[in-house]
Design a protein around this ligand. Structure first.
Ligand code: FMN
Length: 338
């Protein structure tokens, strides 16, 4: 099955309840509170799977501690021509150049509004990841529109300035423009929910310092490290490595974790971090936590491992924390970076 068809089938299974639900309650050692939100476990679904906010409740029922829909842009847009997702199974990796294909802000808004109106309690926080349309010159206006529309309904917002598939997007990570952008997103909120910024793994140490300054100056709540990489580490099949797009999965683990450690050293506990990139089991999740992540997210490993992965990570993470003498996960955050 083509990657995009497999994705549609999975969304359908989640929508119709065919995907089932986890029964295991979360071990209390995994509970954590960050930016004013309570998480019964720190394992979230990364942005890009549920681009249109179709299945947040079903994802949480699978055992994720939180979920992030999007990236959503103000207007619907088709994204890049297909094929635009490539599997690298031997490397447990994916290259994608989707280009923010999504149904737009109003479609996502309507779905989350219906969910909230149901009155049902959600098993964890729901975040909205916002971006800009490809044909929009005024990037700040697009992000502000996302913030204004979604902030009444989501538990947090993520400002995605790190997708490699929208020309010019990653330039928004510069200090001056990022400060302006984050200020605009914060000001456009209809209520004071936390705002996170999601950064690329392909940044220099100077870039990281600039980003951290912008985050601290604007009082942005957290940083997600990281999006996919434009780098092509050795050992990828040359034909696939030549495809344009962002690489995710196992080859991203080491560089994204190294960057996480660097960012943690810059911010310590002042700004909570979300560690993403190449998590495929409890060992990687635990390493991210010890490198500075208060929360983690994953996407690519789900493609290869299936939904049982979430319970496996949670159980393994709880066991590792206890074996190392931690009674709560927050005590392990950043322990290897200090
Ligand atoms: C097919 C695909 C689509 C993605 N789309 C988005 C997106 O729309 N917005 C975003 O912030 N990240 C997106 N990502 C990046 C993931 O959220 C995550 O940061 C990255 O894949 C690294 O995590 P992983 O190695 O566990 O997949 C996408 C990743 C993949 C594989």
């Amino acid at each position: 099955m083509s990657p995009e068809r497999a994705h549609r089938v999975t969304i359908f299974a989640l929508k119709t309840g065919l995907a089932g639900a986890t029964k295991a309650p979360d071990d209390p050692v995994l509970a954590i509170r960050r930016f004013g939100l309570d998480f019964s476990n720190p394992v979230g679904l990364a942005a890009g799977f549920d681009k249109n906010a179709e299945v947040p409740e079903a994802i949480l029922r699978q055992g994720f501690g939180f979920t992030e829909f999007g990236t959503v842009t103000p207007k619907a847009q088709p994204g890049n021509p297909r094929p635009r997702i490539f599997r690298l199974p031997a490397q447990r990796a994916v290259i994608n150049r989707l280009g923010f294909n999504n149904e737009g802000l109003e479609a996502a808004f309507a779905r989350i509004a219906t969910l909230r109106a149901s009155g049902r309690a959600m098993a964890g926080p729901i975040g909205g990841n916002i971006g800009r349309n490809k044909d929009q010159a005024d990037a700040v206006a697009d992000y502000a529109a996302g913030s204004a529309r979604l902030s009444p309904l989501v538990d947090y917002l993520t400002v995605n300035v790190s997708s490699p598939n929208t020309p010019g997007l990653r330039a928004l990570q510069g200090r001056a423009i990022l400060t302006e952008l984050l200020s605009a997103v914060l000001a456009a909120r209809q209520r004071p929910i936390p705002v996170l910024v999601k950064i690329a793994p392909d940044l220099t140490d100077d870039d990281l310092e600039d980003i951290v300054r912008a985050v601290i100056d604007t009082q942005t709540s957290g940083i997600i490290v990281s999006n996919t990489t434009i780098a092509r580490p050795a050992g990828l099949p040359p034909k696939l490595a030549a495809e344009a797009g962002g690489l995710s999965g196992a080859p991203l683990f080491a560089p994204s974790t190294e960057m996480l450690r660097k960012v943690y050293r810059l911010v310590e506990d002042a700004v909570p971090l979300v560690g993403v990139g190449g998590i495929s089991g409890p060992d990687e999740a635990y390493e991210k936590v010890r490198a500075g992540a208060s929360l983690v997210q994953l996407y690519t490993a789900l493609i290869y491992e299936g939904p049982g992965l979430v319970d496996r990570i949670k159980q393994g993470l709880a066991a590792r924390l206890k074996a190392d003498g931690f009674s709560k996960i927050s005590d392990a955050v950043g322990i290897d970076a200090r």
